[in-house]
Ligand binder design. Structure first.
Ligand code: GSH
Length: 409
């Protein structure tokens, strides 16, 4: 076949450009013609309106001005309200907490409200950090079907943590479990930087994929701290901590669905467990609850199979779960209690949170029996339940006007 001699044809043949590029090139001149027509139309319209303008009566002008002005004002107010809603400000309606966690020794000065699903692994991660550090907080259980508790928020995922410095009346809505954890940790190390400021260090990139919005927070594994802050760990340890926090999100979490919903029977058992600990009886009507349990179990059984292939789990998905558990225990090493040494670090709490979400499922019991994770899991659970990380809340730098030379842990 003769080689095409136009440039487009050559590039296409050489694979340097795609067919869609060529298609775009082909429509471009048409759009350009359309564009020129539009310009002509526009200029004749402005010409007409100029003539009309000359004849317009003053009263008519005032009316137009008032109408136009009030329309603009209404638009501005609704835009302002929308922004307030997004910032999770006054527009967030009060929700009676489903549960309140109170820790006597909490001196953080923060009023926290967690919007969550009880057994969502990302929410469990956040609760692990809140409990370990001994924060008091309110929990608002979100109805996963109607999501009515999140109507005020543009971000429709859980967890969302609303944080308010006591007495300030200014609250900030923190999104994404990893960002929430990094912000809380940063705050514990330096209370001179406001939560709003800390939140601004984690910009959110959004991307529309079909009807869904994807969120990305490129900084999320970094804890922000002042240059001179003593974090009690080396840069290498912090890099290791980041690596395993990411592993918890990108690997361990993908073990959950194929294992918790491995068979229809297991899927139903898992959903009944979620219903029990999530107090669905309180949060759903009877029919909603039955629908979520039975339809949810069936849907998630199918999803479990899809996810098994997507994340390339072994034929026996349990084996992949055991492998992940053993990989984690191996990463901690024989001489350490936790990855963080004598105390759990954020990676310990992340892996713990993820596994904690399926604690009542058969998959978790099997993992305890057939992998080496048990002793570490129980140690971490004890540390979390007894708020062993609460001390930093008292010993942190007090709010001050000092420099902000934040770095990344
Ligand atoms: N990367 C997010 C993921 C959060 C997420 O996907 N949460 C799920 C619940 S487990 C959710 O809210 N999905 C949306 C829905 O239920 O409609 C995080 O770490 O917080």
């Amino acid at each position: 076949m003769a080689a095409p001699f136009n440039l487009q044809g050559r590039l296409l043949a050489a694979g340097k450009i795609s067919k869609s590029f060529v298609n775009f090139q082909n429509v471009a001149p048409k759009s350009f013609r359309q564009c020129r027509t539009n310009v002509r139309l526009y200029s004749s319209r402005t010409e007409n309106s100029r003539k009309f303008n000359i004849k317009i009566k003053p009263a008519l002008r005032v009316t137009a001005l008032v109408l136009g002005g009030s329309y603009a004002l209404r638009q501005a107010i609704s835009e302002w309200n929308r922004m307030k809603v997004y910032a999770g400000d006054q527009a967030r309606p009060p929700h009676a907490p489903s549960r309140q966690v109170r820790v006597d020794t909490d001196h953080s000065g923060l009023k926290l409200t967690l919007y969550q699903y009880q057994t969502c692994p990302f929410c469990c991660k956040v609760r692990a950090v809140l409990d370990y550090h001994g924060f008091s907080y309110d929990v608002v259980e979100v109805n996963s079907v109607t999501k009515k508790e999140l109507k005020w928020s543009e971000y429709k995922k859980v967890p969302i943590l609303i944080a308010e410095v006591a007495g300030s009346k200014e609250e900030v809505a923190l999104h994404d479990s990893t960002v929430v954890v990094s912000i809380l940790e940063s705050y514990l190390h330096d209370r001179s930087t406001s939560l709003q400021k800390l939140n601004s260090y984690y910009p959110c990139l959004t991307e529309k994929v079909g009807r869904k919005t994807k969120y990305d927070f490129p900084n999320k594994y970094f804890v922000m701290f002042q240059e001179k802050a003593d974090l009690g760990s080396t840069a290498k340890e912090r890099s290791e901590e980041r690596k395993w926090r990411k592993w918890a999100d990108d690997h361990m979490v993908h073990m959950l669905s194929p294992n918790a919903y491995r068979t229809m029977r297991e899927s139903l058992q898992s959903f009944n467990y979620f219903s029990e600990v999530g107090e669905w009886e309180k949060n759903f009507s009877f029919f909603e609850r039955m629908m979520v349990i039975y339809v949810g179990a069936a849907v998630m059984y199918v999803m479990g199979i899809i996810l098994k292939y997507k994340y390339e789990l072994k034929d026996d998905v349990r084996q992949s779960l055991y492998d992940a558990c053993n990989e984690w225990v191996k990463a901690i090493g024989k001489n350490k209690q936790f990855m963080g040494g004598n105390q759990p670090n954020l990676a310990d709490l992340a892996v713990y949170g993820v596994l904690n979400s399926i604690e009542g499922c058969a998959a978790f019991q099997d993992a305890l029996k057939n992998s080496k994770i048990g002793p570490w899991y129980r140690r971490t659970k004890d540390m979390v339940a007894s708020h062993q990380g609460a001390n930093p809340l008292h010993s942190k730098t007090q709010p001050s006007e000092t420099h902000i030379a934040q770095g990344k842990v």
